[in-house]
Ligand binder design. Structure first.
Ligand SMILES: [Mg+2]
Length: 383
């Protein structure tokens, strides 16, 4: 079998899909994207296509090595995301050609169903208790939320009281059996992280995610030591080398994104490294159905996978007018029951992409950009 062509599709709400064609009629799908930089990633995919066309798609590891390292300069979000989507599509081709799900090729299933969690509220959260209750009614037993919008490096007691109040409202709404995770989105300083985590400890959070930006990863050990709350991070790290020094810092959960961190191949390796440090895996996935399918293939073959993020109903999808199930021939492959999703049994990534729907959406395209936030004094602040 030979690769004949690579084609990308930019579609709402903020996604980039990749189809890799072969001379035997099998198409593999991947989702290579950095949200807000999808055209840049598409250009990287186009450059890498020059190497792949004419090659045997089954040589996934060798292609990973050549695509990641063969250009001399390596790593970072754009190149690693381009390789990630290509890697997903190659696994999809191989699974389809051999008529087995990808997780069978990764060693076979280690679980029968995978726990998932859903987002509540938006970037600058409001109505969190009502939204959490809606998610419980939909069958979820774990939610993740932002606890505030813009933060200054150090905050007033009033702002922290409001932050804590939002978490308290959610805990009151969903009781003690369901889980709450907090995403700080890298918006706060290490000092504020220590203060905020101390105040959040009584709510028994599942984890606190990305308290600080990835540039401050070296400071995470001090944050981990300062609180009993499990710390999670990793959506803005792109390889096992980016994770290497982090895993011994005391974090509890590694969150590589299979659409950013070198695909299924590299996230499996990151998961195995994490296991050696007693760190659980929770693949980051606020993206589309191909990325989610890739996450599930990893989860079902990975013993230390803890919980899976899903973009179903996430604020980006609601605002973009398109959701997780819109580009699937059979959306029932992603049926959530009791906060879990069943093991996918279809070949490859286990989904059938509705290419006609993708083509129609690509005619409209998307140009999503993340908000640029500023403090009340006009200075830049993290979104
Ligand atoms: Mg996050």
């Amino acid at each position: 079998m030979k690769i004949t062509a690579l084609e990308t599709f930019s579609i709402a709400p903020r996604w980039l899909f990749l189809a890799i064609r072969t001379d035997e009629g099998i198409t593999g799908w991947g989702e290579p994207v950095i949200e807000g930089r999808s055209a840049t990633v598409a250009a990287a995919v186009e450059e890498l296509a020059g190497y792949l066309v004419g090659q045997d798609p089954f040589r996934i590891e060798d292609h990973w090595q050549a695509l990641t390292k063969g250009g001399f300069y390596r790593g970072g979000p754009i190149l690693s995301s381009a390789v990630a989507g290509i890697d997903q599509a190659l696994w999809d081709i191989k699974g389809k050609a051999l008529d087995v799900p990808v997780h069978e090729l990764l060693g076979g299933p280690v679980r029968d169903r995978m726990r998932t969690y859903s987002w509540i509220a938006g970037d600058d959260p409001s109505g969190v208790a009502e939204h959490a209750r809606e998610r419980m009614d939909q069958g979820f037993d774990a939610v993740k939320m932002n606890v505030g919008g813009k933060f200054r490096p150090l905050e007033s007691k009033g702002e922290l009281d409001r932050l804590v109040g939002r978490v308290a409202a959610v805990r009151d709404a969903i009781g003690d059996e369901a889980d709450i995770a907090i995403d700080f989105h890298g918006r706060i300083s290490p000092a504020l992280a220590r203060v905020a985590c101390r105040r959040l400890e009584p709510f028994h959070l599942l984890f606190v995610e990305e308290p600080v930006v990835p540039e401050l990863t070296a400071d995470l050990s001090r944050i981990c030591e300062s609180t009993t709350i499990p710390i999670a991070t990793g959506e803005r790290l792109y390889s096992r080398w980016d994770f290497r020094d982090l895993l011994g810092s005391g974090i509890a959960v590694a969150q590589p994104d299979p659409s950013h961190a070198g695909g299924i191949s590299e996230v499996r390796r990151i998961a195995a490294m994490a296991e050696a440090y007693g760190v659980a895996l929770a693949p980051h996935c606020p993206l589309g159905p191909i990325a989610f399918a890739a996450c599930l293939q990893i989860d079902f073959a990975t013993p230390n996978a803890l919980i899976q993020e899903t973009s179903l109903g996430i604020h980006y999808n609601a605002e973009g007018g398109s959701d997780l199930l819109d580009y699937l021939v059979d959306p029932s492959v992603f049926t959530f029951a009791d906060s879990h999703i069943a093991r996918p049994t279809g070949p490859g990534l286990g989904i059938e992409v509705d290419e006609q729907a993708v083509r129609r959406a690509a005619e409209i395209g998307q140009n999503w950009r993340n908000p640029l936030w500023r403090n009340s004094d006009g200075s830049f602040t993290e979104w």
